[in-house]
Design a protein around this ligand. Structure first.
Ligand SMILES: [Zn+2]
Ligand SMILES: [Zn+2]
Length: 302
């Protein structure tokens, strides 16, 4: 079978590999039908890896869907021929985090296209039954591949405890930001702002979701933010960019006692003084990947 293997910066090869076979009774063999290209795949391709570089060549891709073509003896929930969405992480299911339902924090997590663990840009994939979900007939394979980024948004909104009285600012109008705005409206948030510095992104956001757009690069931005802070400051910021400047702007409209949810990755430090965090009683939460989101996401999309 063919596999897209990354060796280093802009060094991607389509290689011939052996078709994998089922080794454990709880596994299924999936013929991959659609794979989304995530910002992290682009990052790996253009930069040649994260801080640690690429320890060994690996297959890119972690947003995928396919058809079950074989299954292990103990597999009950899936049948050959089922159309499925594949959750890209395999947690150990035994550790403290897994047992408490927070399997996104599992230290033994094997996540596709991360830390040189092979991803899903392959023709056939072996995966564990408990992380494979049947999709309904009316869902396309492309939609099913996008259950993964939708999961990131659902988990961010759910972890930020957004409900009908919440005013929320989504920082960053990329795919995850727009999805987070949409999910916030499904959670009935009272008011949703989405901010970016790129007009095109904000135009797309305005077209596809109900959020009010803010351009942090507007010459009148200080007054705009001041007005929001004075009239209706936000209860929650979901920061998807990892940019300290975006965060600094966002904090200008965060209510005292408000929640700052960080999902954008960055090696930079927070532009915040300890005294301000204490005085403003901000709750700061890092939100890592997602857990227990696939059934909900599939239900919503279908
Ligand atoms: Zn992704
Ligand atoms: Zn675990």
């Amino acid at each position: 079978m063919k596999a897209a293997v990354l060796y280093g910066k802009k060094d991607l090869w389509i290689e011939e590999r052996d078709e994998p076979a089922i080794r454990n009774p709880d596994e299924v063999l999936i013929k991959i039908q659609s794979v989304g290209i995530c910002a992290s795949d682009r990052m790996y391709y253009f930069s040649g890896g994260t801080l640690r570089g690429i320890p060994k060549p690996f297959v890119l891709g972690h947003e995928c869907s396919g058809i079950i073509v074989d299954k292990g003896k103990k597999v009950r929930s899936l049948q050959i021929g089922d159309r499925v969405a594949i959750e890209p992480g395999l947690p150990c299911n035994h550790c403290e985090f897994c047992l408490s339902g927070n399997y996104n924090l599992c230290k033994s997590m094997k996540f596709m296209a991360s830390h040189s663990f092979d991803g899903c840009l392959v023709e056939y994939l072996i995966w564990r039954e408990d992380r494979v979900f049947k999709i309904p007939e009316n869902m396309t394979f492309d939609e099913a591949a996008l259950i993964e980024p939708l999961s990131v948004a659902i988990f961010a909104v759910r972890s930020s405890k957004i409900s009908k009285n919440t005013r929320v600012l989504i920082s960053g109008a990329g795919p995850i930001g727009i999805l987070a705005a949409e999910v916030s409206s499904l959670y009935k948030a009272k008011e949703i702002y989405i901010a970016d510095i790129i007009d095109n992104r904000l135009k797309t956001a305005a077209k596809v979701c109900s959020a009010k757009t803010i351009n942090f690069d507007n010459p009148t931005i200080e007054e705009e933010l001041e007005e929001i802070k004075e009239s209706n400051p936000v209860d929650v910021i979901i920061e998807t960019t990892g940019s300290p400047q975006a965060l600094e702007n966002g904090l200008k409209v965060l209510k005292r006692g408000g929640q700052l949810s960080l999902i954008g990755l960055s090696v930079k430090s927070l532009p915040l003084r300890i005294i301000d965090i204490v005085y403003q009683a901000y709750k700061i939460q890092g939100i890592y990947r997602f857990a227990n989101t696939y059934p909900q996401a599939i239900g919503w999309v279908s």
